[in-house]
Ligand binder design. Structure first.
Ligand code: AP5
Ligand code: ZN
Length: 213
């Protein structure tokens, strides 16, 4: 089963994707994570995308489609969760072509709806385990021991360079201009399911599970 998690920055795509990886053996394909890895390891592509990401602009279609193409050729196990991809109509068309070429289907597109005010507090309160990637929040998801990851015990907690109000404003602008048309695109294809992303994390997990089962 291959699915897309669609939603604005902070909607909870990464949080839900990680749960699906743990419970359903699916593979999370987050273009944001791939781009941050390229940036941190200092590759040529990483140098090109670093400023674009810090500003909150979208990276070119060519770069992200190339990243996804590489991953689709690899291990599939329980299927792919596309997290943060596609983000433009051109990316959506490219994904359809790539899946068709490898004999795969797109089984669900889950739109996570969260209002803008909640997104600001989610993004500005977010931090992540630098070792295993578990996502936390200052108010809504704190580890049992402050500063120590519940999943792996690491104390290396990180905040993202683009998790500030200025970059978030630009990320939201990009979302509404370039990504939100995908809601109509997938609705018209009969593939869209919308979930209330303002509900508690466990409740959102349950609704997504009921869509997938
Ligand atoms: P990316 O890494 O994809 O970031 P994003 O889309 O802005 O999404 P986020 O990771 O910020 O949020 P999320 O929805 O995963 O929320 P999370 O689960 O962490 O992209 C970053 C940049 O890379 C882009 O700006 C662009 O430059 C580039 N890029 C990436 N893909 C691209 C593409 N395809 N094309 C072009 N450029 C691309 O949750 C947020 C917080 O809320 C956490 O603290 C969490 O604990 C908390 N939370 C989650 N769910 C709930 C809940 N139900 N209730 C309460 N709190 C919750
Ligand atoms: Zn961890």
């Amino acid at each position: 089963m291959n699915i897309i998690l669609l939603g604005p920055p902070g909607a909870g795509k990464g949080t839900q994707a990680r749960h699906l990886v743990e419970t359903r053996n699916m593979i999370q394909l987050s273009t944001g994570d791939m781009l941050r890895e390229a940036k941190d390891s200092g590759t040529e592509m990483g140098k090109i995308v670093a400023d674009v990401m810090a500003r909150g602009d979208l990276v070119t279609d060519e770069i992200v489609i190339g990243l996804i193409r590489e991953k689709l050729a690899g291990d599939k196990v329980g299927g792919f969760i596309f997290d943060g991809f596609p983000r433009t109509l051109a990316q959506a068309d490219a994904l359809a072509d790539l899946l068709a070429a490898s004999g795969e289907t797109l089984d669900a597109v889950i739109e996570m709806q969260v209002d803008d005010a909640a997104l600001v507090s989610r993004i500005t309160g977010r931090y992540t385990c630098g070792n295993c990637g578990e996502v936390y929040h200052d108010d809504t998801k704190r580890p049992a021991v402050a500063g120590t990851c519940d999943k792996c015990g690491s104390t290396d907690m990180k905040r993202r360079a683009d998790d500030n109000e200025d970059s978030l404003r630009q990320r939201l602008m990009e979302y509404y201009k370039k990504t939100s048309p995908l809601i109509g695109y997938y609705y018209a294809k009969g593939q869209l399911s919308s979930v209330d992303g303002l509900a508690d994390i466990a409740d959102v997990q349950a609704v997504i599970a009921s869509i997938l089962d």
